[in-house]
Design a protein around this ligand. Structure first.
Ligand SMILES: [Zn+2]
Length: 271
């Protein structure tokens, strides 16, 4: 599933090619993704100049003259910028044609993506209005994490995966950040010390930053007709390594489920 680093990598890859371009037409080949695709989209978008491509959480926001196109890639969506007329495959559901002979194609085998045209402030839309701060912004700090977690009995791993607390910390990155911060994933959020909150905020930022930096090496895939989405894997130290030795102390990593999600941790380093 595209996580925040993959979405940010996508944004970095496509933004320079889209900013300033005008949408000359839209092709819809599906009636719905997760939500119905508005039949008016081609009329609404045609002629719109794309001013910038921004991101909020895992949503991409294409800021146009008269509104904002909001896109979420869902479970399996990805974008490619390719020459107009490239024959579609069966999972190629949406194309934005640009005024320079290229098109932005959305491929989404499971159709769990979201595509909406908004004319009001997109940040006030119900999908975005309740989102917590961006993890890479100064607003997500040790002090913020400490204050927000007071009196919360939920496990810290579940807490940091809650998008109203902080956006974009999916299961893989939550496992990795807790490993690096040496915090047990099941520790009640409210029992975090200020020092632990500091370590965890730093670890979340570092893990996401590294993932985005790695994605940077595959940027060309986003403008290559033959290219795959170019998603990447961080060198994972915790996630998916249950039973394998801890990279720090050599103890076998434990594997359990927390909040229904696979959780790996070192019983020594994260005790
Ligand atoms: Zn260990």
């Amino acid at each position: 599933m595209p996580e925040l680093p993959e979405v940010e990598t996508t944004r970095l890859g496509i933004a320079p090619h889209l900013a300033g371009r005008t949408i000359s037409g839209v092709t819809l080949r599906a009636a719905k993704l997760r939500l119905p695709l508005a039949a008016e989209l081609p009329r609404q978008l045609s002629g719109q100049q794309i001013k910038a491509v921004a991101r909020r959480g895992k949503y991409l926001l294409f800021a146009c003259a008269d509104g904002t196109l909001l896109l979420h890639l869902g479970m399996t969506g990805h974008l490619r910028l390719i020459p107009t007329g490239t024959p579609p495959g069966r999972h190629d559901h949406v194309e934005l044609h640009l005024d320079n002979g290229t098109m932005l194609r959305l491929t989404d085998p499971r159709k769990f993506g979201t595509l909406l045209w908004l004319t009001a402030d997109p940040l006030q839309h119900p999908l975005l209005a309740r989102l917590g701060p961006e993890p890479l912004s100064p607003a997500f700090s040790a002090d913020y994490l400490y204050q927000r977690s007071r009196r919360r009995t939920v496990a810290i791993k579940i807490f940091i995966m809650n998008s109203t607390i902080v956006v974009g910390v999916g299961n893989i990155y939550a496992n990795e950040a807790l490993f690096r911060a040496r915090i047990n994933p099941a520790q009640p959020a409210g029992s975090l010390t200020p020092e632990q909150a500091g370590r965890l905020a730093t670890a979340v930022k570092k893990v996401l930053d590294e993932a985005i930096a790695r994605g940077g090496t595959t940027l060309r895939d986003y403008v290559d007709a033959a290219g795959n989405p170019g998603y990447f894997r961080l060198e994972l130290q915790a996630y998916g390594r249950g039973g394998e030795p801890c990279s720090v102390c050599g103890t076998a990593l434990q594997l359990s489920r927390l909040g229904g999600r696979s959780t790996c941790w070192c019983p020594v380093c994260q005790s």
